[in-house]
Design a protein. Structure first.
Length: 97
């Protein structure tokens, strides 16, 4: 006989764990895409963003990205990896000893 409550608990836990891993990874990607702060001119206006981008100029330049964004991105990637490793540890019985 199927224990439906236990089935629902496992379903909810796996759904929420998947959502957490996907959210952490997407936040890491978003932090890596954080642009450099715009520089303000003496008259109070901002410098233009530069030339428009095309398909050949899509590499990510980390020189202008703030350091906090890079640290946050790597922290999100690290926490995502830890969640995956804990999930593998919980699934594989040989790792429990």
């Amino acid at each position: 006989m199927i224990e439906w409550i236990a089935f629902l608990i496992v379903f909810a836990a796996s759904l929420s764990a998947a959502a957490v891993v996907v959210t952490l990874y997407s936040l890491g990607i978003r932090f890596l895409a954080t642009p450099a702060p715009k520089t303000r001119r003496a008259d109070g206006t901002f410098e233009p963003d530069g030339p428009s981008r095309d398909d050949e100029d899509d590499d990510v330049d980390d020189a202008g990205r703030p350091r906090w964004a890079t640290v946050a991105a790597y922290a999100c990637f690290g926490m995502s990896a830890v969640c995956v490793l804990v999930g593998i540890y919980l699934i594989v019985p040989a790792l429990h000893g």
